[in-house]
Design a protein around this ligand. Structure first.
Ligand code: NAD
Length: 349
């Protein structure tokens, strides 16, 4: 299939297919938009079933980065990359260096970082062959910042939907107790929420049981829990035709990227009377932190102020959605596009 016909192709500026036979590298770099600044977004390593799946994923993730960076008021565009392969079997230094050389050749149009399958140690390796790598030792692990922003998004949703300023006694189902999920559980527990968790890795769910008084359920049962809030913190595409009818929560707010299987699922959630906190709005905390590496200045206090500010940013989206009776994901996408268009107009003037 021609890439321009892919359903996720959204006038992406550049899509680069990277192949290094010697290193066993198959990768794709997608640059969605550089109006507001160089494209920035992590690199994912995943065993995609087909090249088409990888293309679809990278196009969608790159667009989400443009929107995330625009709404977080970062002078950055959106891009993302995927390495096709099993991170547990195929990842090695030679492969990572080969990938980093492609990033370097783009001369700063795209900055890469960690994502699913690529950890902080791998980012260190990438930095050996490219100057355009962020999320390094200076800024540290982005996960607590991502989780804090997600927590602020949950608070905003609770304020808007339930009219409450606190989470005490509210029931939250958290899907995925990984790097981000475990901090989300921590902040929710500290705020007095009651947790139900699920993770495909039993030991990860057990961590929440032992540390945050959570109750663990098997992964497929997490959607139908009788809770106030469903917080997806694992993989994308989990809000779909099968799962949405199961939801009993009145709020969906989590850190996972690309939670809606398709944009139309935002409307389905809206029509069910569920308030959805757009993923890329409330999971921008990690990016707010890690981008310090790109700009060459880092002040953790300022970062935390901006992460806390995601509460107000999320509330504003809810208010517009309410006024216009529209799904929150559509409102957020429109606001992000408007910011990018304004940037384009400014450049032309
Ligand atoms: P992670 O791999 O550390 O954690 C994900 C967890 O989800 C793992 O424990 C995994 O076992 C579990 N999981 C996978 N599939 C599951 C399923 N079907 N049901 C239940 N559990 C399942 O990843 P992470 O860094 O915590 O990121 C989580 C999500 O947040 C991802 O979608 C990621 O793209 C997004 N995100 C992360 C950051 C960050 O700072 N790390 C920033 C923005 C967005």
């Amino acid at each position: 299939m021609c890439i321009f016909d892919n359903s996720e192709y959204d006038n992406h500026e550049q899509v680069l297919f990277c192949r290094d036979e010697d290193a066993g590298l198959f990768a794709i770099i997608a640059i969605h938009d550089t109006t507001l600044g160089p494209a920035a977004g992590g690199c994912r390593m995943w065993s995609y079933v087909s090249i088409e799946d990888a293309v679809t994923d990278v196009l969608r993730l790159a667009q989400a980065m443009s929107y995330k960076n625009a709404l977080a008021d970062l002078p950055l565009g959106g891009g993302k990359s995927v390495i096709i392969g099993d991170p547990n079997k195929d990842k090695n230094e030679k492969l990572l260096i080969a990938f980093a050389r492609f990033v370097q050749r783009l001369g700063g149009q795209y900055y890469t970082a960690e994502d699913v399958g690529i950890g902080i140690n791998d980012v260190e390796v990438l930095s050996q062959a490219s100057d355009y790598v962020f999320g390094l030792v200076t800024t540290g692990d982005p996960s607590p910042f991502t989780a804090r922003g997600c927590f602020e998004g949950i608070r905003a949703a609770v304020k808007n939907k339930l009219g409450r300023d606190h989470l005490k006694g509210l029931k939250v189902a958290v899907q995925g107790v990984g790097n981000v999920g475990r901090y989300v559980c921590k902040y929710l527990h500290e705020a007095g929420a009651k947790l139900i968790v699920a993770d495909v890795k039993a030991e990860s769910a057990t961590y929440a049981v032992e540390n945050f008084e959570a109750k663990a359920v098997t992964p497929h049962k997490i959607y139908a829990q009788d809770v106030d809030i469903f917080s997806p913190c694992a993989m994308g595409g989990i809000l779909n035709d099968d799962t949405i009818p199961q939801l009993k929560a009145s709020i969906v707010a989590g850190a996972a990227n690309n939670q809606l299987a398709e944009a139309r699922h935002g409307r389905l959630i809206h029509n069910k009377g569920i308030l959805y906190a757009p993923d890329y709005v409330i999971n921008a905390g990690g990016m707010l932190n890690a981008s310090g590496d790109i700009f060459g200045k880092y002040d953790v206090t300022q970062v935390m102020e901006r992460v806390t500010g995601l509460y107000d940013a999320t509330l504003r989206i809810f208010e517009v959605a309410e006024q216009e009776n529209r799904p929150t994901n559509e409102v957020a996408d429109d606001l992000a596009r408007q910011k990018i268009e304004a940037g384009k107009a400014l450049k032309k003037s």
